[in-house]
Design a protein around this ligand. Structure first.
Ligand code: NAD
Length: 482
């Protein structure tokens, strides 16, 4: 047998300990060679006053093993507690979240019997930076960050995953008709990297219709790659329409670390009753076994599990009189899977992980950055103001000197000066755009001088952002109606 692979295990909260025991028992009987280090995370740690939900010593174990099998935890509401999932993903650089979404009809009731898709979600960027500001009495802002290296990495991972797992088509979803720079970059990088994978069919959909299609016609998709927030939402829609949230496993993959878990949470409503379905965590553990090079054991577990589902041995939440044969609890379900180790499903397609590369995907280095000429051409200054756009412009214009000019004033992204529509509703935070005259470059000192004059005119600043061009192309968007 292979040398034992070191892994870190956390039993989590709620139903976590029950489903983790079942999972570990099954994979052990299947012959998984594991050297397990246990850590405690979640509720118990939060209650000791550790706001991150994980103790410092636990990081040492994770750094040693680099592989984490994690049961769900309960995130306490409010009180400054941080989401442990987000902390772990970001701290360990787990940039890709991979969620296979498969339906098991006719054995598990679903509206979509032919569903078999994988969702790959970018895991670190986008609105999950959590960089938010209250800009005024009325207006909150949240910063969406999409980087070229971050996007290149997730898109390449998606194409490499497709190749390694026999997926024929990769669909990217964004809202780049509205967010032309941030989502625009994600789409653009998808097209660029896609050129290197011409053997794989590829397309792009706007996220709103894309999400609707995942719910109504999931057989259209094979693999979907998305930025963080859309991925979060679409992967839950996809998991839900397979038939049960209790069936989904997921992996979080980074360059050096990987974490495997169930899609669902700690289900406090059924904790301690011995009725939870361990399948989600078990399928997460299957992904882990493939990752650590024990693909044969992974296949054995997955096929025994498929056979158990086919045989109608079901936990309560998927049990349906007529289709299901026997309603079981967590422990008996695990025993049923163990009894079937070595068996293959009769009807459903057996899993086969032989030859699937271990250690996760080794991605090539990022493409070298093509340096573009950056020129500072203006500044957006946000400020509070209660009044009309024309009155605001009248206060601002005398402050503008040098080679700057006031280009527009916008409110909630809509141009309101010059020549705004009188019907436009205005909140109390306004954006003033100053540009160099005739497209000329500007100096930081000019911006500071401008702000000084605005300050003397009692303007109440909330935020300012420098405007640049890159090789002559605008690095900022126009206001609506501009
Ligand atoms: P949940 O996924 O825990 O439960 C939703 C519903 O699905 C409940 O009715 C539950 O009984 C049922 N369910 C979930 N897993 C099941 C299983 N294996 N077998 C049978 N039924 C199952 O979602 P929630 O109630 O919104 O969240 C509960 C807690 O879990 C919260 O504290 C939340 O923050 C946390 N959570 C943790 C993770 C994680 O650790 N990865 C993920 C999501 C939610």
């Amino acid at each position: 047998m292979t040398n034992k692979s070191p892994i870190t295990v956390a039993h989590g909260d709620g139903i976590g300990p029950e489903i983790m025991d079942a999972t570990l028992r099954i994979i052990d009987k299947a012959g998984a060679a594991l050297d397990i280090e246990e850590i405690v995370i979640g509720k118990e740690v939060y209650e000791k006053g550790e706001l991150s939900g994980i103790a410092k010593e636990s990081w040492d174990s994770l750094r040693r093993t680099k592989v984490f099998l994690k049961a769900p935890i309960t995130t306490p509401q409010g009180g400054g507690f941080k989401s442990l999932n987000v902390t772990i993903r970001k701290s360990l650089g787990l940039f890709a979240n991979v969620r296979p979404c498969v339906s098991y009809a006719p054995y598990v009731e679903t509206k979509h019997p032919n569903m078999d898709l994988v969702i790959i979600r970018e895991n670190e960027e986008d609105l999950y930076g959590g960089i938010e500001y209250r800009q005024s009495q009325d207006v909150m802002a949240s910063l969406k960050l999409i980087s070229r290296p971050g996007t290149e990495r997730i898109v390449r991972y998606a194409f490499e995953y497709a190749r390694a797992n026999g997926r024929k088509k990769v669909t990217c979803m964004t809202k780049d008709n509205i967010m032309k720079l941030s989502d625009g970059l994600f789409h653009k990088v998808f097209d660029e990297i896609g050129q290197e994978y011409k053997d794989i069919e590829q397309d792009h959909m706007i996220i709103d219709i894309g999400a609707a299609k995942v719910a109504s016609a999931p057989h259209m998709f094979d693999l979907i790659v998305l930025p963080n927030l859309y991925g979060d939402i679409v992967s839950d829609i996809a998991a839900e329409v397979t038939g049960s949230v209790g069936l989904g496993g997921s992996s979080n993959i980074g360059q050096d670390f990987a974490m495997f878990e169930a899609v669902h949470g700690s289900a406090p409503d059924i904790a301690g009753q011995g009725i939870a379905n361990p399948s989600g965590l078990l399928l997460g553990a299957v992904m882990m076994l493939v990752h650590i090079g024990q693909g044969e054991v992974a296949g054995k577990v997955h096929n025994a599990w498929l056979k158990t589902i086919e045989d109608g041995i079901h936990t309560g939440e998927i049990f349906r009189a007529g289709t299901s044969k026997q309603k079981v609890g967590t422990k008996d379900f695990a025993d049923a899977v163990i009894e079937r180790l070595g068996a293959q499903p009769d009807k459903m397609k057996p899993a086969n992980y032989n030859g699937v590369g271990a250690g996760g995907m080794k991605l090539p280095p990022l493409k070298p950055r093509v340096e573009e000429k950056k020129a500072r051409v203006g500044v957006d200054i946000n400020l509070n103001w209660d009044g009309t756009p024309d009155d605001l412009a009248a206060k601002i214009l005398p402050c503008v000197t040098d080679n700057l000019e006031l280009s527009i004033i916008s409110n909630r992204g809509v141009k309101v000066w010059p020549n705004g529509q009188p019907e436009t509703f205005c909140a109390d935070n306004w954006r003033l755009r100053f540009l160099g005259k005739d497209g000329s470059e500007i100096k930081t000192s000019q911006v500071i001088a401008l702000m000084d004059r605005l300050n003397q005119a009692d303007m109440n600043f909330t935020k300012s952002v420098m405007l640049h061009t890159f090789d002559g192309k605008k690095g900022y968007t126009a206001a609506q109606g501009e």
